[in-house]
Design a protein around this ligand. Structure first.
Ligand code: PFF
Length: 455
């Protein structure tokens, strides 16, 4: 899948399964297992989930298909793709916005990925067993209080990502993700089973599945939209980049559908594993970014084989996070390689240094140096909030407008059906969604979320 130079022939995914594995690898990650539970927990649970599912289906899926199609049509990085498809117009700015988003997301994402490395080590050294919920909570705070430890893990994760991207061995990694991601899926199901058999688990299931719309604020709706974009990896060109590695003859709509279903299922299952435990162990669902790290070790400490299980779980979570950070870094690297004619190694090192710089401040801002804040919000919080809730929806809005109104319906249909090879009976519905539903809904949610629109 790697691309060594803009001049050489581009590589592409070898099979449909390769496309799904790579796209799902990007989509499935900390967004499902760490971010979804914490954001749903802060926004009241059930009603949030329902709105989230609506956004995934009506907005996320059409945006994903649109991104893959742009990439496949242009066979270029996001910046170059818009210049090929609409030369002389300003659409390429979407590509630049995506690069900014990629830096912001990778900066806080690698911080949390760093925590998973620490937790793998904790699992390995058997630090969860026979601990009370309070002691497990203290494990997290004493880890954070060191200040330097989370920073070091973050930097290690950035180096890990960069090493893989430099080597251009994502293709090799795909081979493993094909086995490891299904394994992660099985582990989450087992976790769910343990979680729902904990005392008081019903409270957690009610929290997640019983909608209470009185808990929904303007902000919650905007955050549901942001979470849908974040979890599906859409709105910043990651999937334009991956789409550019898809051969003309492939079926993008069925790949997009499979990825959306899998990604959403994993997020919901993560919720089923986490919320019963949250209520069972007396943790606040609105704990914020540390929710999952406070909760999961309790489940491991309360299950047979918890040692091995915890170890495998954190290992798989790291792999899931890695396939996501690779895809985010790839956006920046391919731009530097194709547009600025840099070599792959130099491009990766440069981008990673930028990310590392931001990530260090991001890590410290959360628990150690609260002065690294703007308007009372930590740098971590700001990057997390603005990238997901503002940049990605804005990118998605422009991407669907572009595909719906500027790419040409004939060309669009031709790309999606691969020259008439695939059935496109739902094409009319897709066109309706990207022409009207998605852009209007994104605009409304956005204006409503920032308080400019009231119902
Ligand atoms: N979708 C990833 C996750 O859920 O962990 C995060 C992500 C990857 C966001 C790639 C955006 C992106 F472009």
């Amino acid at each position: 899948m790697s691309n060594t130079s803009g001049n050489k022939q581009r590589e592409s995914f070898g099979s449909k399964f390769g496309i799904i594995a790579a796209t799902a690898g990007s989509a499935i990650g900390l967004g499902n297992i760490w971010r979804f539970p914490y954001v749903a927990g802060e926004n009241g649970g059930g009603a949030f989930l329902l709105i989230y599912l609506g956004f995934v289906l009506l907005i996320g899926l059409p945006v994903m298909l649109s991104e893959l199609t742009i990439g496949k049509a242009a066979q270029r990085n996001p910046f170059g793709a818009f210049r090929i498809l609409r030369p002389g117009e300003k659409w390429f700015l979407i590509g630049l916005m995506g690069i900014v988003a990629a830096f912001m997301i990778n900066a806080f994402y690698t911080v949390v990925a760093g925590w998973t490395l620490e937790y793998l080590l904790k699992a390995l050294t058997n630090q969860f067993s026979n601990k009370s919920a309070t002691e497990i909570s203290e494990l997290f705070s004493s880890f954070q209080q060191t200040g330097w430890r989370p920073v070091v893990w973050t930097l290690i994760f950035i180096v890990l990502t960069a090493t893989i991207v430099i080597a251009g061995i994502e293709k090799g990694i795909e081979k493993y993700t094909k086995i490891l991601m299904p394994l992660l899926f099985v582990m989450i199901i087992i976790l769910c089973i343990r979680a729902v058999t904990l005392p008081n688990s019903l409270e957690g299931l009610k929290f997640l599945f019983k909608p209470d719309f009185s808990k929904i604020s303007n902000k919650a709706i905007l955050e549901a939209l942001g979470q849908a974009f974040f979890s599906l990896s859409v709105g910043m060109g990651t999937l334009i980049t991956y789409g550019s590695y898809i051969k003309k003859k492939e079926n993008v709509s069925s790949s997009a559908t499979s990825v959306v279903i899998t990604d959403t299922l994993i997020a919901v299952l993560a919720g089923v594993a986490i919320f019963p435990a949250v209520f069972s162990f007396g943790i606040s669902p609105a704990s914020g970014p540390d929710l999952v790290f406070q909760t999961l070790p309790n489940i491991f400490s309360q299950m047979n084989g918890g040692y091995i299980f915890g170890l495998m779980f954190f290992f798989l979570l790291i792999v899931a996070a890695l396939t996501s950070t690779i895809s985010i870094l790839e956006v920046v690297v391919v731009y530097l390689v194709e547009e600025l004619k840099m070599n792959r190694k130099k491009a990766t090192i440069l981008a990673s240094l930028g990310i590392a710089f931001l990530a260090v401040f991001c890590s410290l801002s959360l628990y150690n140096v609260p002065e690294i804040a703007i308007g009372g919000k930590s740098l971590f919080g700001i990057l997390d909030y603005t990238s997901s809730n503002i940049l990605l929806p804005l990118g998605g809005f422009l991407i669907v407008l572009f595909v719906a109104w500027f790419m040409g319906v004939g060309k669009l249909k031709d790309e999606i059906s691969a020259g008439g090879k695939y059935n496109v009976s739902l094409f009319g519905l897709y066109l309706f969604l990207i022409r009207f539903v998605a852009p209007l809904a994104i605009a409304a949610v956005f204006l409503y979320g920032i308080g400019l629109l009231k119902f």
